[in-house]
Design a protein around this ligand. Sequence first.
Ligand code: ADP
Ligand code: MG
Length: 732
Amino acid sequence: MSLRLDAPVTAVAEVGPKAAKALDEAFGVHTVRDLLEHYPRRYQDAGEVLDLAEVEVGEPATLIGRLVEWSPSRRTRTRRGNRPLTITEARVRQASGAVFTVTFFNQPWRNRQLRPGTVAAFSGKVERFRSELKISTPDVQVLGHAEPGEMPDAEALAHQRLLALYPATESLPSWKLAGWVEAALNELEPVGDWLPDTIRAEHGLMSLDAAIRGIHLPDDHDERHAARRRLVFDELFTLQLGLQWRRAHLESTTAGVTNPPVTGGVADRFLLSLPFAPTGAQDRAFVDLSEDLGRPWPMHRLLQGDVGSGKTLVAVWAMLCAVDNGRQAALMVPTEVLAEQHHRTLTSLLAPLGVNVLDGLRVELLTASTTTASRRRILGELLSGDVDLVVGTHALLEEGVRFADLGVVVVDEQHRFGVSQRVGLKEKRSAEADTAAGATGQVLPDVLVMTATPIPRSLALTLYGDLDVTVLDELPPGREPITTQLITPRQASRREKLYGFIREQAVQGQRAFVVCPLVEEGEIPATNAVEEYERLRKHVFPDLEVELVHGRMRPDDKESAMARFRAGQAQVLVSTTVIEVGVDIPEATIMVVEDAERFGISQLHQLRGRVGRGGGRSFCVLFAGWNAALTKDAERRLAAVAATTDGFELSETDLDIRGEGQLFGSKQSGLPDLKITRLRKDVEMVETTRAVARRVIGDDPDFEFDQHADLRREVVRRYEGGLEAFAALETG
Ligand code: ADP
Ligand code: MG
């Protein structure tokens, strides 16, 4: 009873150096704590995990053993009217040496699935045949692999009513992990609790010590549920504490500017000049933003809305609020194509108010392709305050870009930017204005971040808290329905039909996108845009105009190809995902995606959002499995995309398939993954822990109270770097 959580995993007597190395390689397990945080994937409900000696014939049982060998499959002779049966049988040996037989009917593939040496739990009714016991067509739960003579100790497992099954590998089977975990728990000294008793009592949480033991060796389902609840609470509570801590810190060390809407100002006049009324969701966004913009501290708001939900309008309005308050605004987007498009949109939306005319608004575009002379002029005018609005790419972040008085920053498709880039634009205010105004500390502009990648509610709440997220959950009227079809090589003739259909549509003035995963021939077996362009142009659509756009083209070639497609001089545009975000061409009604299995759910959803923008009924065709076999996950993704166009529903499915870890983007943010929380199922706990964290930090913003010392220690332990780690999660 002297093992500590921070001890290396080799401190567990059973874990030798070789095992420790394997644990590190497979699961990143170094310490006893890591081992105990390798949580069970599920539990075998095995009130009946038994040794053969205890089995009663005719009763259901679960027997664990190592598969020794298969007998050759046999077929029963055909009786009149009956189909022949294929019988596949194996002998299985238990730790005690006892042997039993498992029999499968019409499952000849079993002998490929379960190789000799496989250790598994076989569940089913036990029968006696001659002197041998056997189970026919059992449920099989593979536990791993063992060498002859090396066997899970049935006795050690048998006393457990619930058998924990761990994420495992070939060389680290579940039963081995279970053995080490149990050994560790036997030696573990009682684990102290970092949660104050009041919080534990208030939320009916078991002690940490009981939870760590109960998650691995529960006596019953109630115990494992209670253990999980405590561990999920810990994960989410520390995260929420960190987020609130960071927020409190920001609010105490920075100052903002106020950009309240001005009655009769340009923002107002802009809305009145539109040929349509804002949607209800857009109106709600204006309300949220008015509050944020009017406050003296910096806004960090995330505007989420499906493709086509009208985010640009909201962004333009917010930018004009800066102008109404005598300040400037910047819109940063991830690609040049998008920057040019936004610049065009802005210029035409604002035309009724007068753009780049005497007394009108000054709007500029700044990208890597801006000529040196224009760039010099624009930089000068940003610094002097002559330019009101600027649209640009990363070029906005370069040295030398300084604003006279930057009031509002909008970042579109923020997930495409790295953390430092998102933060960078905020620091472009020239300090003189602030010093003149007598500000102490850093003055930050209001930041609006936009994304068309719907973030599941559970995740948004976790990371941002609902206060700072506005959702445009309503599409403007007149959106055209999109039909989505999945075409696999088994339906090869449909490819020709599709090309015929594209040709018919082209004659009527419609346009088609063809998106490929690669630019040029690459290492993976997948369609590349350059060859696909040649093929379509020469062999499929010699009668149509086909254009090509990809990221390795010169910017002006890219732009002129886009321009020809936009103007209808070309009817088919072959591209890579450069057209994924924001490209708005109403006449494009067909989206073809080659090797769709190579794309994620949100990418496919984004691509599909390029059509259905007003040009009539639209189609999205996903070719899948043509160059590579489909995995189970790929099949699920494609089926989900084909089944719904609801981005939020898709984001939930995505979260389901990918799990929470990757959604955190932890590689980028440096934050640890959630190990036991399943956000989809634990939303309620997210809300609970947020409320508690708010209360704690509200009372004690820097953990200075004695009774909060343990909380602080736990947050810093989990998030190395403490406060700094959370900077990465800022929405702005
Ligand atoms: P997002 O950026 O969210 O994908 P956009 O802002 O590009 O969407 O809007 C898509 C299209 O819908 C644009 O052509 C825009 O002019 C139009 N639009 C935006 N708001 C409305 C509205 N309230 N009513 C009608 N059309 C709208
Ligand atoms: Mg957009």
